[in-house]
Design a protein around this ligand. Structure first.
Ligand SMILES: *Cc1c(COP(=O)(O)O)cnc(C)c1O
Length: 419
């Protein structure tokens, strides 16, 4: 956790300023203690059930972090064959990896089958192809869209009626016909109604729908409730009450298992919940620019490194690491990209001076993994703090990374057309 003593911000007793000095800026820093705390919170809330965590690695996919989650007993949630491969490289057993693709080619699904991972199918035509190809020889899970609405904005909702995700619960009869025709073995039911679920109520609603559907599938091994747990980004944010959810869902899951006649596993696939708060994105203030209407703090980063504020309108708290006790003033914090890449409008911060280090909070989830090379900028380095020690887990990119895979063509060919 970030702490402030004697005007110095530290993580696990390491001054942030030292990290900035040692590794340069911009820099992603992750605190392993916070990830472990979140992992334990979730595990403890469901200690009464056979619960399995499948960490959604699209949130933060560094191998060092994947390995850490594996060591803690987590499985992995993946959405592409490349994520599956990363998981295998990090040492996850194939059966502990669930692959939940959407609109990928059937060839990619076949590759995942060849690697032995748990397959989650979210479309009837794919289910039919899968049945036609594998029959009952390779089990699969089906992703149901229960059409319940999670909170959050449009991008983050996946349960609504025109969502591209999942097989509508109203298509259950069609689904069952396919399963029967091809003698398929359905080992799991899944729902993931999107990020930012406000309360246990949404989960329980979805749960009832899945429990009802489950009666039609006698060979289930697990029910996967996906994710969407909300973490605080602002001081007054409403967050998912995990112990409360644990109590309520444990009770209804127990009842369901009694009805079903067998104890099933209950799975969750959190991304944001496990890693968001562990991440800190450090940037340097390049310029302070006073215009007629506002004061801009322009930093050495932008939408290329942390796109959530621009893409989702996400709020990220900002801290002035270099001047904690400065007189508060109002700034618009913007990036260096040739776009309107505004991190924050009218933010009250301790006086920001040129060269000051600013820190974005909640930068662990969908920060680095959504970064790009736009404007031919390098992606930042990543540092993991574990047991009081900082470790570089990804080098800063260099010009070689920008040039990798580019192939120049002979100028004579280019000019031949100009004659
Ligand atoms: C993105 C995703 C998750 C993780 O969502 P968070 O909001 O980060 O917890 C889980 N499951 C699936 C299938 C996903 O696509």
């Amino acid at each position: 956790m970030l702490e402030l003593h004697d005007n110095t911000y530290t993580l696990q007793n390491i001054p942030i300023a030292d990290l900035a000095e040692r590794y340069g800026l911009p820099l992603y820093v992750y605190d392993a203690d916070t990830m472990k705390r979140q992992f334990d919170n979730l595990t403890n809330a469901f200690s009464g059930l056979n619960m399995k965590v499948k960490y959604a690695c699209k949130a933060l996919n560094n191998l060092a972090i994947l390995s850490m989650f594996r060591a803690w007993g987590s499985g992995l949630d993946t959405v592409s064959i490349q994520e599956v491969e990363l998981g295998l490289l990090a040492g996850f057993a194939p059966q502990n990896i669930i692959y939940t693709p959407n609109c990928v080619s059937f060839e990619e699904i076949q590759q995942a089958v060849a690697l032995g991972v748990v397959i989650n199918i979210d479309n009837l035509s794919v289910l039919e192809k899968f049945g036609n190809t594998y029959g009952g020889s390779y089990p699969c899970c089906v992703r149901i869209n229960p059409h319940i609405l999670a909170g959050g904005n449009y991008h983050l909702q996946t349960g609504h009626i025109d969502s591209k995700f999942g097989i509508s619960v109203y298509q259950l009869r069609h689904l069952l016909r396919i399963v029967k025709t091809y003698s398929m073995k359905i080992n799991g039911l899944h729902m993931h109604s999107g990020s930012d679920i406000l309360d246990a109520g949404v989960f329980l609603q979805g749960a009832e729908i899945l429990f009802d559907a489950a009666k039609n599938f006698p060979e289930l091994q697990f029910i996967d409730f996906g994710s969407g747990f909300k973490v605080p980004y602002k001081d007054d944010d409403v967050v998912t009450d995990i112990p409360d959810l644990g109590r309520k869902l444990t009770e209804s899951f127990r009842e369901f298992c009694t009805d079903y006649g067998r104890e099933l596993e209950i799975w969750f696939e959190p991304g944001k919940y496990l890693v968001s708060e562990s991440g800190y994105f450090l940037v340097k203030t390049n310029v302070i620019k006073q215009t007629v209407s506002t004061v801009f703090a322009g930093v050495d980063s932008g939408q290329n490194h942390l796109i959530r504020p621009m893409f989702y309108d996400a709020y990220h708290r900002i801290i002035n690491i270099s001047n904690p006790s400065g007189t508060p003033r109002v700034y618009s914090v913007v990036g260096y990209i040739c776009e309107t890449d505004t991190f924050a409008w009218d933010r009250r911060l301790p006086e920001v001076r040129e060269e000051d280090t600013l820190c974005f909070l909640n930068a662990g989830a969908y920060g680095f993994t959504m970064s790009s090379n736009y404007n031919s900028r390098f992606r930042p380095a990543e540092v993991l703090i574990v047991n009081g020690q900082d470790h570089l887990i990804r080098k800063r990119e260099t010009m070689d990374d920008i040039l990798r895979n580019q192939i120049s063509i002979d100028e004579k060919i280019v000019f031949a057309g100009n004659k």
